[in-house]
Design a protein around this ligand. Structure first.
Ligand SMILES: *[C@@H]1O[C@H](CO)[C@@H](O)[C@H](O)[C@H]1NC(C)=O
Ligand SMILES: *[C@@H]1O[C@H](CO)[C@@H](O)[C@H](O)[C@H]1NC(C)=O
Ligand SMILES: *[C@@H]1O[C@H](CO)[C@@H](O)[C@H](O)[C@H]1NC(C)=O
Ligand SMILES: *[C@@H]1O[C@H](CO)[C@@H](O)[C@H](O)[C@H]1NC(C)=O
Ligand SMILES: *[C@@H]1O[C@H](CO)[C@@H](O)[C@H](O)[C@H]1NC(C)=O
Ligand SMILES: *[C@@H]1O[C@H](CO)[C@@H](O)[C@H](O)[C@H]1NC(C)=O
Ligand SMILES: *[C@@H]1O[C@H](CO)[C@@H](O)[C@H](O)[C@H]1NC(C)=O
Ligand SMILES: *[C@@H]1O[C@H](CO)[C@@H](O)[C@H](O)[C@H]1NC(C)=O
Ligand SMILES: *[C@@H]1O[C@H](CO)[C@@H](O)[C@H](O)[C@H]1NC(C)=O
Ligand SMILES: *[C@@H]1O[C@H](CO)[C@@H](O)[C@H](O)[C@H]1NC(C)=O
Ligand SMILES: *[C@@H]1O[C@H](CO)[C@@H](O)[C@H](O)[C@H]1NC(C)=O
Ligand SMILES: *[C@@H]1O[C@H](CO)[C@@H](O)[C@H](O)[C@H]1NC(C)=O
Length: 437
């Protein structure tokens, strides 16, 4: 035999050996998969559509079971997806024996009890979706320490989970999506969150987190969505947030944040939605805000903001909603507001706005709601207001407005509500004389 024939023989016998090993191990492991799925089935206490008894029959091949996907080579279970089937039950530890599992989706059922620790032991798992169940347990402190290194998407939202975010989460370094919304997680967000640099979406809203927003969050430069709303976060908004150049949604509303809105916020030129209402923020709206030319929603109501509206607000031409109720904003409405031609909601009630309404407000024909009640507006209502044919709510009560209502108001046929009490206005249009409040 020449060398190449020897080599050929060697390779074929190695391949044969490999096949034999694969075959026998696959065969024993598919039985582990089967008993794991049967253990899972045995924990289902209610199956309203009778899916599992019909489909998950012991005598049939598990790869044909409803919601089960196997890989073609080893016939091992790689995906289990039984979302939205109305199932009630608990998740048995045997689920961890599905050792080739890549994707587990049990979302939108009624699984209760704890998440078994074995779930955090699956080394091929990339997608873990337990959203919208009634699971209640804490997460093991070493959750990402041993395995789970391939995990990319983690969805635990809408359960009754509690305890802290384990700092070992940093070892799940491929995570790009984490949602813990609407649970009872508490404690501080670990600084190690900053190691998850591939994160694109992070949802921590509607929990019981407290402490400062860690400045390490500024390392998550791929982040597009950051939701930390409805928690007990306190302290300053870290200026490092300005590093998150990809951010499109930043929601920090309903917390106990204080101090100024950092001027670095203006670096977020891709931001579409900024929610910071119901905190203890003070100081002025930073002038740098005008660089946020993609911003559509500006929500900073119910804080202690002061100072006046920045003149260059006119640069924020994507704005759709300005919500600044319950602050201490003073000064006049800048005439530059007339450039915000996409504006539908202008809500600045209960502030200290003075001066007269600028005529340019008549340019904003997209406007649907104007709430400027409880301010110190003076002068006449500009006749240009009559151009706002889409306006439904015009609330100006408790100001110092004088003179007659513009006649054109009869042509504002969309008006539903006109609140003008506690001004010094005259000449109410007859057709509104009954509905004027
Ligand atoms: C399921 O099938 C396996 C063999 O395929 C058998 O050993 C086992 O006893 C069966 N279990 C039940 C509950 O029928
Ligand atoms: C599970 O199935 C549902 C419905 O078919 C689908 O919308 C969802 O994307 C699947 N989940 C995964 C992780 O593939
Ligand atoms: C959740 O499951 C129910 C059926 O149990 C279904 O009607 C509903 O559309 C599902 N919701 C989502 C968001 O998939
Ligand atoms: C499956 O997992 C359970 C609990 O995690 C374990 O006790 C059992 O030995 C495993 N069974 C098989 C067949 O691997
Ligand atoms: C995780 O897997 C290792 C082996 O890979 C095993 O020794 C350990 O008991 C498992 N832990 C859990 C919680 O299943
Ligand atoms: C949330 O957890 C705290 C303890 O950390 C507990 O006192 C509280 O009752 C829990 N709330 C809910 C709604 O489960
Ligand atoms: C987390 O980041 C810190 C600081 O960049 C670094 O020292 C540490 O090694 C990182 N940890 C992991 C697990 O990568
Ligand atoms: C939040 O956690 C505190 C303890 O840290 C607890 O007293 C409180 O009940 C929790 N709030 C909710 C809404 O669960
Ligand atoms: C506005 O300022 C006044 C005087 O400084 C203060 O008493 C009031 O509490 C402030 N209101 C808000 C909503 O911050
Ligand atoms: C922003 O607004 C100011 C004042 O209205 C103006 O001078 C400036 O040119 C504007 N910048 C851009 C980039 O549009
Ligand atoms: C805005 O309104 C003013 C006064 O009504 C008018 O002079 C001006 O041309 C308008 N500007 C734009 C950009 O439409
Ligand atoms: C209302 O609109 C009609 C039709 O466009 C117009 O003839 C009329 O002059 C307008 N009324 C006022 C007060 O502008």
């Amino acid at each position: 035999m020449d060398r190449s024939a020897q080599l050929y023989l060697l390779i074929t016998s190695l391949l044969l050996l490999q096949w034999l090993i694969d075959y026998s191990s696959a065969n024993s492991d598919i039985n582990a998969d089967r008993s794991s799925l049967l253990a899972f089935k045995s924990r289902i206490s209610l199956d309203p559509h009778n899916i599992l008894p019909q489909s998950w029959r012991n005598e049939s091949n598990i790869c044909s079971w409803m919601g089960v996907t196997c890989d073609s080579r080893y016939h091992r279970v790689t995906q289990l997806n039984i979302s939205s089937m109305g199932l009630v039950g608990t998740i048995p530890p045997e689920i961890g024996n599905l050792s080739f599992l890549v994707s587990l989706d049990l979302s939108n059922n009624s699984f209760h009890g704890p998440i078994p620790a074995s779930i955090f032991n699956m080394s091929f798992l990339e997608v873990l979706n337990l959203r919208k169940n009634s699971l209640s347990s804490s997460l093991p402190f070493d959750m990402c320490k041993h395995n789970l290194h391939k995990l990319k998407r983690l969805r635990f939202s809408y359960n009754n989970l509690f305890g802290e975010i384990p700092s070992s989460l940093e070892h799940c370094s491929l995570l790009d999506y984490v949602s813990l919304i609407n649970n009872n997680f508490s404690g501080q967000v670990p600084t190690q969150i900053g190691n998850l640099t591939l994160l694109q979406e992070l949802y921590l809203g509607a929990n019981n987190f407290s402490g400062n927003i860690p400045k390490e969050i500024g390392a998550l430069t791929n982040l597009q969505t950051l939701d930390m709303s409805v928690n007990n976060f306190s302290g300053y908004v870290p200026r490092e947030i300005g590093n998150l150049k990809m951010l499109q949604l930043l929601d920090l509303h309903n917390n106990e944040l204080c101090g100024n809105i950092p001027k670095e916020i203006g670096y977020l030129t891709n931001l579409v939605s900024l929610g910071m209402s119901t905190n203890n923020l003070s100081g002025p709206l930073p002038a740098t805000m005008s660089d946020m030319t993609s911003l559509e929603f500006l929500g900073v109501a119910v804080n202690h903001l002061s100072g006046s509206l920045p003149r260059n607000i006119g640069n924020m031409t994507s704005l759709w909603t300005i919500s600044l109720a319950y602050n201490n904003i003073t000064g006049e409405i800048p005439k530059e507001i007339g450039s915000l031609t996409n504006l539908e909601i202008l809500s600045i009630p209960i502030n200290g706005i003075s001066g007269s309404l600028p005529r340019e407000i008549g340019n904003l024909t997209s406007l649907v709601d104007i709430y400027m009640d409880y301010n110190a507006l003076s002068g006449h209502i500009p006749i240009e207001m009559g151009h706002l044919v889409n306006l439904e709510y015009l609330e100006l009560e408790h100001n110092n407005l004088i003179g007659a209502l513009p006649k054109k108001i009869v042509n504002m046929t969309s008006l539903i509500s006109l609140f003008l009490k506690y001004n010094s206005l005259s000449g109410m249009p007859f057709f509104l004389s009954c509905t004027i409040n």
